[in-house]
Design a protein around this ligand. Structure first.
Ligand SMILES: O=C(O)CCC(=O)C(=O)O
Ligand SMILES: [Fe+2]
Length: 283
């Protein structure tokens, strides 16, 4: 069976509706009413939207979007299944795509992760744009450590929980990074993707491709300060023990509005665990 094509007017309507965030049923309804077979209508709508995205990317010079984890639909379930634990959806934003999650970790898991990390903390580094190696940088005044994937039973459990929650293969995730921010420490605004133009990114991209999403888990509740902020949209996520913030970026570009920061810790300290998700297998 040949792929049925939309008329120019139908295609324009589909793109307009998709851009306005219409749900799939609304977009498909006029085609079904006009006698289209359901699968043919879905294929035609998908093809139209893909063509639009490609044209738009070409015209604007933007990179093409890649698939990212989609843990929740707009106005979907309030509680997500993470396999061994229910996780609450506390807030959701479409651009940037941000989900604030409640109860991703149990209190005891937060405490245990802190204790495992405490023994091996080092001053945090950032990626050296020239080489892709690590460098100590004033933008990042925390101390931290990395665990390899599944390094111990607790990390393995958290790695598996996140893979299940995000429906993203376990081996596409980097190992957990745990950070401690003492009072006054912060992580200034940055993107988590590797900047394509920087020479050092080549090395990092060879192993697993781009980062496409981040999960920042709060291992304690700082007395004051230490929110994760998204300056492009003036949003703050409060650091609350056991909660997490998920955000995804379908291309390595500021248009994703995923610029974010760890705001200064004003009183007490702040502990987080970060999981970055890659496009491909990260070994
Ligand atoms: O500390 C935070 O809230 C954000 C941490 C962060 O941006 C990162 O680890 O990449
Ligand atoms: Fe970050």
């Amino acid at each position: 069976m040949s792929v049925r094509q939309l008329s120019t007017a139908q295609e324009a309507r589909v793109v307009e509706q998709a851009m306005a965030g219409a749900d799939p049923d609304t977009v498909l309804r006029p085609l079904l009413d006009a006698g289209w077979d359901e699968q043919a209508a879905i294929d035609a709508v998908q093809a139209a939207v893909t063509r639009f995205i490609e044209r738009n990317a070409q015209q604007t010079g933007l990179p093409l979007p890649v698939p990212v984890p989609v843990p929740a639909e707009p106005n979907g379930a309030s509680v997500l299944d993470a396999g061994d634990r229910p996780v609450q959806v506390l807030a959701s934003l479409m651009l940037p795509r941000v989900l604030v999650l409640g109860g991703l970790l149990a209190d005891e898991e937060c405490d245990a992760l802190i204790e495992l990390a405490r023994a091996r903390l080092r001053r945090s580094t950032t990626v050296d744009p020239a080489t892709g190696g690590d460098q100590v940088h004033a933008d990042r005044t925390s101390r931290g450590t990395y665990f390899t994937r599944g390094e111990n039973a607790l990390c393995a459990r958290i790695d598996a929980r996140i893979a299940r929650l995000l429906d993203w293969p376990l081996d596409h995730g980097e190992g957990l990074q745990v950070l401690q921010y003492p009072p006054g420490a912060e992580y200034r605004p940055h993107h988590d993707y590797f900047h394509p133009a920087e020479p050092g990114s080549r090395v990092l991209l060879q192993r697993g491709g781009q980062r496409v999403a981040t999960v920042v888990m709060y291992l304690n509740t700082p007395r004051r300060g230490g929110a994760t902020t998204f300056p492009d949209v003036h949003m703050e996520v409060a650091a609350v023990k056991g909660n997490a913030v998920f955000f995804s970026y379908d291309r390595a570009h500021p248009m994703t509005r995923t610029l974010h920061a760890g705001a200064p810790v004003l009183e007490g300290e702040k502990w987080i665990a970060t999981k970055w998700l890659r496009e491909r297998r990260h070994d």
